[in-house]
Every structure is written in C-alpha cells, then in structure tokens.
Design a binder for this molecule. Sequence first.
Ligand code: MN
Length: 343
Amino acid sequence: MADLDEYRAKRRAGKTPEPLERKGRKKKSKELVFVVQRHSARALHYDFRLERDGALLSWALPRGVPLRAGERSLAVHVEDHPLDYADFEGDIPAGEYGGGSVEVWDRGTYELQRERRDGTLTVILHGRKLQGEWALVPARLGGEERNWLIVRAAKDGAAGPVQVYEPMLAREAQRVPSGTGWAFELAWEGVRALAPVAGARGHFQHTAGDALDARCKQVLARMPRALRTSECVLDGVICALDDAGQPSRELLEGGGGTVVYLTFDVLEYETEPLIEQPWKARRERLEALLDDSVAEVRLSRSYDDGSALRAAARARGLGIVAKQRKAPYLPGQVSDDWRLLRP
Ligand code: MN
C-alpha cells in the first residue's frame, strides 16, 4: 500500500481545498488512471500522476509533458498523492504548501507496458490529449535521486520536430469591408512577432535587435503562466504601453512604458497545426488557452463593428485590421483576407 504520510504532513486540514481524507469511494473500473495537472504555483509546473497501489505516483514537470518524438524533460519525483487527487481542481491559498491554482490539463487511463529493474516505467497513455508511449526514467540528474526524466517514445504517431512559421501580412485598404464575414482588431503600434512556446518556454521570432530582446525578458518570463499549455505558436505584437494604455513606438525603442505582448492568433496548439482552420476557430482556441490573469501577455480584443472601431481607433491615432472570419492563416503572404486601414 502507498504511504501518504508525507502528503498529509505537508498539508493543513481546513486550510487547503485538496483532498486529505480517503473518501473510500470504490472506483468504477479496474483500469489504472493517470492525470496531468497544470499547477500555477510559485514556479509553474505540470504534475504527472500515475495510479499505483491505491495512490498516485507523482512527478512535477517544470517544462510540461514532452510531446515530440524522442523528446525528454525533467520529472521531479514528489510524494505520492491520494487517488482522489486525480479529480482535484481549484485554488490552494497563498502561504499553504503548493499555493496557487490547479487545473486538470489531461486525464485518462494507462497501461503499464514494462517495468525495468532500475525502476524505469514504460506506459501507454490513453488520454484526451496524450496518446501513446512515454517512459519515466530514474536518471538521477545532477546526482539527485528525485530527478527523473520523462521521455516521449519515437513512435505511435508522436509529433515531429518544431515547425517554423512566417507571419501572415495584411493588404492596405481604404474602406472598412462590409458584411458579417469580417472581424476587426486594433492595429497595435509595436513590433510584430511570432512566439513559439515549447517546453513551457517562449521566445520571439522576428524581433530586431538585442535592445528589444532585453526589454522582452519579463514578458517571456511570464508567458508560461499566461498560457494553459506548454506548447503552442502565437502571433501578436510587442508593445510598450504608456500610463493611459496607449501603445507607443517611442517608448518601445527608447525605453519606458510597460512592455506587453498583445496576441491575436494561434498557429499551432500542442503540436497540432491550426493554420488551415478558419480564423474564427483559431480565435476560439486562442481565447481558451490564455489565462487572463497575466498582464504581460494579453488578448488583442476582436470587434464586430468595424466602422465604430475605426472611429474609436482614429481618435487614438491607431489603425485597424479587418480579418475574414473564414480565412485560413497564410504564412508569409500578403493577403486580401486581412486588411489594414491606417488612421
Ligand atoms: Mn504541483
């Protein structure tokens, strides 16, 4: 039987909403469960848990679950958790152990394929997202017993290497297009940049110069916490906002203001390419994956009434971009499906 003493010793009854007592509820099926929880604690990580002997074997993954063939990342072995923890989502109060929010990122059942004498576990996951083979290896990284590796097998249709995209560009236009087929956004004054995020770390493509990169450090540091995923490719604009929330190129180039990333599109989500999907579907994905509690990474709002937005934008000295709702993302192309109207 699993030992949950360490789990209980770290938590205070009545102070945390996490399950402490065994409910004694019988499981409905004999299948072994796994769960991955996104834990936005002091350091953001993903908790990977496998049912075993009536408890959950647990590892904390600072870079999320590796999704591409042969990819590996650190899995810090932590104390066993009670089975009921597989259903836990909620906010652990600040100051308590693991203070922060917990969300289920994926769950399902698994089969233990192999267990080696050294402790390596090879498992086949049947989740909503995770499908296929992973191995947990007691690699003792840095000489630490608890530092395991999690490895995605190079089979079962595991995703290939990272793809690089070029931004889709708008054609200049004079008139606000009419009809319901269009959505409208502010044309933010700043530096256009795609942001590939892998292993819960992002960087900006197409930024020109070290000065800007230095200014973006804080934005990139906050990015994992702004996203409900460890792996995606975003499109957006890096802006420096003044005290009134107005984007300013002078502030961006000269220093000052609050640097933020205003994102308006998602080209890939957890290795699944989205560029062939209509703008509307990509937009829904984007809205679902952003955690709006992070000020440094924001959704660029979308509006239905182009004329009203244009008038409001003009008053701020900004242009607008009209986007065809049905249009796919065309990397590197100047397209009629996106239209830039200058102020
Ligand atoms: Mn955790």
